[in-house]
Write a protein that binds this ligand. Structure first.
Ligand SMILES: [Ca+2]
Ligand SMILES: [Ca+2]
Ligand SMILES: [Ca+2]
Length: 571
């Protein structure tokens, strides 16, 4: 069940995971705590057999009729779960720890404090050195035979000392993950605007203070911080590269305060190791920036930047203008040059259907309404037509749907509807494969971030074609994230829900602790069919925090809040 509980209007289905050898399945009991603190029975019934899956036999218990606000428990035999709430406000605060704490704490290049608590100091301020050609680095980063920039190997590239979030417990700044995080955050702000302000960000002092307002909307400050990092590539190279990461293994794997991983001074090869002169240092500890161009990555940036330029307008007009200028310049470059597909972690690859080009072009069209972007989208209609339904639904589809009203073309709309219908049918089949009502694809990590991003995309399908979709499918993604999933019933969001992931693979994992609002990947599938969640700090494939999953989570909670409580809901 969901550890944060349920809105009265939602479907409520608990899932019971049993050893298939259990012969006599007992009653499940739902009770509500009365004003004396005593559990009062609400419903007791034999659960419904769903069937075998993985190493288990699954049953469901539908208690949708429970609508009275309050605290509830579910009991089966000796096992009891709860308390969990039923109330119209169950999601109201659920997104806040992620924006109030997790994202500020993941910020690189600043110190982060919460009054007495120092989360970390201003780290990696000397970023970054040009990664040398043919350099293979940790965590899937590599450089091709050319740098594709004007910088010499190991030369300091200015401008990388501000912006970006550490991804997970690693301290690298992966371009694709940052772009995807900006996307979900900015879409959340565009669809469900909030003016919440509990974080101060001082660029001059490199100081972020939690729970101290500074008169600026936090989500916009975070979108700007992500874009500042991505724009550093554009400013220095004119194109986007794979990311920034430590130049040696141990520096990549360190835990605790990252401030002392590097000495904060720019590397100068003319100095002896340990020598310092005029603010430069002979210690070779500066991080590398990886700079090969990959067309899909350029279009991913175009999409994030075009969207951010809309959202940042009125907040930081200069930055908004630069975002749009960068998006348009890079789009133009990719349109007039041969595509490049340097394969490296944290940069996407284009498929045979121009998915990333379509995403960037549609977003630019949404921002500018310029006829040349509309024309390019219409030119690519045959590619959309050839796209398999799942490629559409799990990829660029939600972006193409967002552009649909402004494109105002019957052919485009018909095609979007046709693809959406086909995707909806495929999704129906997929969601019925488990009692959890979400896509259960596992590849090393748990599937929670995939579920959260699918849920976010689903919001736009529901918005475009409400008659084709059931909003309960969107809520299933949240219930899954909050505890209705295999192996255990932890909420996958640290500190959100009665029982949550309070041990996780963040940069404080060595203390077996967590960062409030961080979202873990959750139970992974040990082959052939054992779902496992051990809640251990170093099991990165189960308890790791990743920034894009956390941003999609924020989007999903706000989407549910909007669908259930209307537009006045978001605060
Ligand atoms: Ca990483
Ligand atoms: Ca603020
Ligand atoms: Ca240094």
């Amino acid at each position: 069940m969901s550890q944060v509980g349920y809105h009265p209007a939602q479907r409520k289905v608990a899932v019971l995971e049993l050893d298939p050898r259990v012969a006599d399945v007992q009653e499940l009991q739902l009770s509500r705590i009365d004003h004396n603190g005593t559990p009062q029975p609400v419903k007791a019934d034999k659960p419904t057999h769903w069937g075998p899956l993985y190493d288990y036999d699954y049953y469901t218990f539908d208690f949708t009729e429970a609508k009275e606000p309050g605290q509830y428990f579910l009991r089966y035999g000796d096992e009891s779960v709860g308390p969990f709430r039923i109330g119209t406000d169950v999601y109201e605060e659920a997104w806040r720890p992620t924006m109030d704490m997790f994202f500020p704490i993941q910020m690189c290049h600043v110190k982060v404090r919460d009054y007495l608590i120092v989360w970390h100091g201003a780290c990696h301020v000397e970023d970054a050195l040009q990664a040398p050609p043919n350099q293979i680095a940790v965590d899937g980063y590599s450089q091709g035979p050319e740098t594709e920039t004007r910088f010499k190997p190991n030369e300091h590239v200015p401008g990388f000392g501000w912006g970006g979030w550490h991804d997970a417990g690693d301290f690298d700044l992966p371009t694709g993950a940052v772009a995807s995080t900006v996307l979900w955050m900015a879409l959340a702000q565009e669809e469900f605007p909030t003016d919440r302000d509990v974080t101060s960000v001082s660029r001059d002092e490199r100081h972020v203070e939690l729970f101290e307002p500074d008169g600026k909307t936090d989500t916009l400050q975070q979108v700007a911080f992500g874009m500042e990092y991505l724009l550093a590539f554009y400013r220095a190279f004119g194109h986007i590269g794979a990311g920034v990461i430590a130049n040696k293994g141990p520096d990549y794997g360190r835990v605790g305060d990252p401030t002392s991983i590097t000495d904060g001074l720019v590397y100068d090869p003319s100095l002896a190791p340990g020598e310092r002169k005029e603010g430069r240092s002979g210690r070779f500890d500066d991080r590398w920036v990886f700079t090969n161009r990959s067309t899909a990555g350029q279009y991913q940036f175009v999409q994030a930047a075009a969207l951010a330029s809309r959202v940042l307008k009125g907040f930081d007009d200069n930055l908004a203008k630069e975002c749009l200028e960068a998006a348009e310049t890079i789009w133009e470059y990719e349109r007039t040059h041969d595509p490049a597909s340097f394969a490296v972690a944290y940069q996407p690859q284009e498929d045979g259907f121009h998915s990333w080009e379509l995403a960037g072009t549609a977003e630019l069209f949404l921002t500018t309404q310029d006829a040349k972007y509309r024309q390019r989208l219409m030119d690519l209609v045959p590619s959309i037509a050839q796209m398999p339904a799942d490629t559409f639904g799990r990829g660029v589809g939600f972006t193409l749907l967002r552009a649909m009203p402004k494109i105002d073309s019957e052919r485009y709309r018909e095609l979007a509807l046709e693809k959406t219908k086909a995707f909806q049918e495929s999704l129906r089949v997929e969601l019925a494969k488990s009692p959890f009502g979400v896509s259960m694809h596992f590849a090393i990590w748990g599937n929670n971030w995939d579920v959260l991003q699918e849920t976010a995309r689903l919001y736009f399908f529901i918005k475009s074609f409400p008659e084709l979709f059931d909003t309960e499918d969107l809520y299933s993604g949240l219930h899954y994230n909050f505890g209705c999933h295999p192996a255990t019933n932890h909420s996958y969001v640290s500190a959100v829900g009665s029982k949550s992931a309070t041990v996780a693979f963040g940069f404080n994992r060595n203390d077996s602790t967590y960062i409030p609002g961080g979202v873990v990947s959750g139970a992974s599938l040990i082959l052939p069919k054992f779902p496992e969640y051990r809640a251990r700090p170093w099991d990165w494939y189960q308890t790791e925090y990743v920034i894009q999953g956390s941003a999609a989570y924020v989007f999903d909670v706000l989407a549910a809040e909007r669908l259930l409580n209307g537009s006045q809901a978001v605060r």
